[in-house]
Design a protein. Structure first.
Length: 366
């Protein structure tokens, strides 16, 4: 074993005892998964912040003072009522008349803000397509952010499934609650708040209550058949539970078809993409901590593999991934044949799924 030093040069000749601190081995835990939300809202009359500048707020009144109008206030109030402990900001969008604005510049302004959940105030196909493009760009292997988009509709289930089909994104979740007196913007904000409340990426959001969202009339509530239709078409159904509260049935993404048009359930549950984001962050952080100035010798691949294995085992302890030992052969770290200073790795991640369905048969015995 060769011990290397960062601050003690090998050329020292003066007698003495020299000691440096090495903190690269100190952290052996996994990173936290704190969520940060940004609402995209229209700049209204009386706004005190400039357009396309993400700004944190702590109350609905403050959101109104910053962004003017009523939309920011109502979305902020819905978010904070549902869950007051998440970090939430908003970015203002210039709106001309009744026309829906182009939100690309606002989305771009959030890129370096570390936001994990984006909620636009517009839920058209155009707006959500822009959101999808932004997320694809900044969650890529180059940018490596972990972002999901949240939207909602309060109209018909048919409109929701049509919109979800057109978006088909594994990182965008569209909730539907037909007939609620609450606005779609309020529903989306409250839904985003409940997603942010759960930092365990693999834990399902089933039954979480959207506090503050109003109950729709009985005649407009989704029945079991309608809920199945929603889930099969990439829409998250919300339902009225005991006590007249609104709760999540099952949080899914709008992704239902592969690029080839085949039915694909790989990213059905919202927990799947959230888990993949977290696994990537955990592996990346460990490599950054352990090997910031490492040489690449024949010993390096095994050392890196050992660190990645440790991360996966810790993830397994938290029930975020499973079958780590069984899949160990698939954990490969090897030197690139094209770049002498590069390591390539394949990291198997058998994500832990949520328990959504229990099927039992009762056998009568006489």
């Amino acid at each position: 074993m060769s011990i290397s030093f960062d601050t003690i040069p090998a050329s020292i000749r003066k007698p003495g005892v020299y000691m440096e601190f090495n903190i690269s081995l100190a952290v052996r835990t996994l990173p936290t998964n704190k969520q940060s939300v940004c609402l995209l809202v229209p700049l209204g009359e009386g706004a005190t912040v400039a357009a396309n500048v993400p700004t944190q707020f702590y109350s609905a009144a403050e959101a109104k003072a910053l962004f003017g109008g009523t939309v920011a206030e109502e979305m902020a109030d819905a978010f904070i009522t549902a869950y007051r402990y998440a970090s939430v900001s908003a970015v203002g969008v210039v709106v001309v008349g009744d026309a829906e604005p182009d939100i690309k510049a606002a989305l771009d302004s959030t890129a370096m803000g570390g936001f994990t959940i984006l909620v636009p105030a517009w839920f058209s196909q155009v707006a959500l397509t822009a959101l999808r493009t932004h997320i694809q760009t900044y969650t890529s292997s180059m940018e490596q952010q972990g972002i999901i988009g949240v939207a909602a509709l309060t109209g018909t289930l048919s409109a929701a499934t049509t919109l979800a089909t057109s978006i088909n994104s594994g990182a965008i979740s569209l909730a539907v609650l037909p007939g609620t007196p609450s606005t779609a913007r309020q529903v989306a904000a409250a839904y985003a708040a409940m997603i942010a409340s759960e930092e365990d990426p693999a834990r399902p959001l089933n039954t979480l209550v959207l506090t503050g969202i109003k109950v729709p009339p009985v005649t407009q509530r989704l029945g079991r058949t309608e809920q199945e239709t929603a889930l099969a078409n990439g829409v998250t159904p919300l339902e009225v539970a005991a006590g007249d509260v609104i709760q999540i049935v099952r949080a899914v993404t709008t992704y239902t078809k592969s690029a080839a048009g085949a039915t694909d359930v790989s990213l059905l549950d919202l927990t799947t993409i959230r888990t993949l984001y977290y696994v990537r962050m955990a592996c990346r952080d460990r490599i950054r901590l352990r090997f910031p100035r490492s040489k690449l010798s024949k010993k390096t691949p095994e050392a890196v593999r050992g660190e990645l294995m440790d991360v996966l085992l810790k993830l397994e302890e938290l029930e975020i991934v499973e079958e780590v030992e069984a899949n160990a052969a698939g954990l490969v770290v090897e030197r690139s044949t094209q770049d002498a200073s590069r390591l390539n790795s394949s990291i198997p991640a058998d994500v832990v799924n949520g328990l959504h369905v229990f099927a039992g048969r009762i056998d009568l015995l006489l």
